[in-house]
Design a protein around this ligand. Structure first.
Ligand code: COA
Length: 257
């Protein structure tokens, strides 16, 4: 598949990397870019040689938001019925996705990072939801995911008063996993992705699914889902291999089955 607005690589074994590549617009998320991103994520998700995906932008901007120039003349009816960018922030992928964020992660950029499963930030990262300045509100999950990540009071301030978070603040408030220098943040994200890709893909899939239940449903539903996935794991070859390898004091050889 050829893409115009993203670059796709496999920089390490088991790791799929997607770079947003619209530098002239600070990676503003237009419809085409979001479509290409989803095509590339879906392709990696289907690829049995890939165990984890990383989405990154440039050093200056992860993404400066949904494309305002595209939205400025979009009428209500088209927004409702068309291929709206705000339809694209539900990520139903089985494999974990890490956002490697440097520079601006504003509006849809912040929402895109939060739609991923983990965030590794550069010291220069700035997170915000400035839609209020445009007379609108976040439409890609921001009011929901940011509130769950940082709590109601701070989420209100970020979305009502355009408060922006530095990388260190984002770490303190639980929005990101870790912060690294701008020269190494992507390497850090790739290292984390490699570690995840070295695990049993079936165990990774069942674990990600169970964690998402904690995030999305009630405690009782989540515990039931975890129990079901835990029992499913006992039906896999990788469970047998993982436990046998421990007992035999050797490294497991995963079959991802
Ligand atoms: N949509 C469309 N184009 C965007 C954009 C967006 N969300 N964000 C930046 N761009 C474009 C700019 O219009 C500019 O294009 P031009 O050179 O044709 O004028 C180019 O990207 C560079 O941006 P610029 O504003 O000149 O860079 P800066 O370093 O001075 O400022 C920002 C960077 C991120 C602070 C500023 O671009 C900004 O506020 N962007 C909008 C953020 C936002 O409101 N996001 C939520 C959208 S829902």
């Amino acid at each position: 598949m050829t893409y115009e607005m993203i670059l796709v690589e496999t920089p390490a074994e088991g790791v799929g990397l997607i770079r947003l590549n619209r530098p002239q617009a600070l990676n503003a998320l237009c419809n085409q870019l979001m479509r290409e991103l989803h095509d590339a994520l879906a392709a990696f998700d289907r690829d049995p040689t890939i165990g984890c995906m990383v989405v990154t932008g440039s050093e200056k901007a992860f993404a400066a938001g949904a494309d305002i120039k595209e939205m400025v003349n979009t009428p209500f009816g088209e927004m409702l019925m068309g291929d709206s960018v705000s339809d694209n922030f539900v990520f139903n992928y089985h494999k974990p996705i890490i956002a490697a964020v440097s520079g601006f992660a504003l509006g849809g950029g912040c929402e895109l990072a939060m739609a991923c499963d983990m965030i590794v930030a550069s010291e220069t990262a700035v997170f915000g939801q400035p839609e209020i300045n445009l007379g609108i509100l976040p439409g890609g999950g921001g009011t929901q995911r940011l509130t769950r990540a940082v709590g109601k009071a701070l989420a209100m301030e970020i979305m009502l008063a355009d408060r922006r978070l530095t990388a260190e603040e984002a770490l303190r408030y639980g929005l990101v996993n870790r912060v690294a220098a701008p020269e190494v943040y992507l390497d850090e994200a790739l290292k984390l992705a490699s570690k995840i890709a070295s695990m049993s893909q079936v165990a990774v899939r069942l674990t990600k699914d169970a964690i998402n239940r904690a995030y999305e449903g009630t405690l009782a539903e989540g515990i039931a889902a975890e129990k079901r996935n835990f029992f499913i794991a006992f039906a896999t070859e990788d469970k047998q291999e993982g436990m046998t390898a421990f007992v035999e004091k050797r490294k497991p050889i995963w079959k991802h089955r």
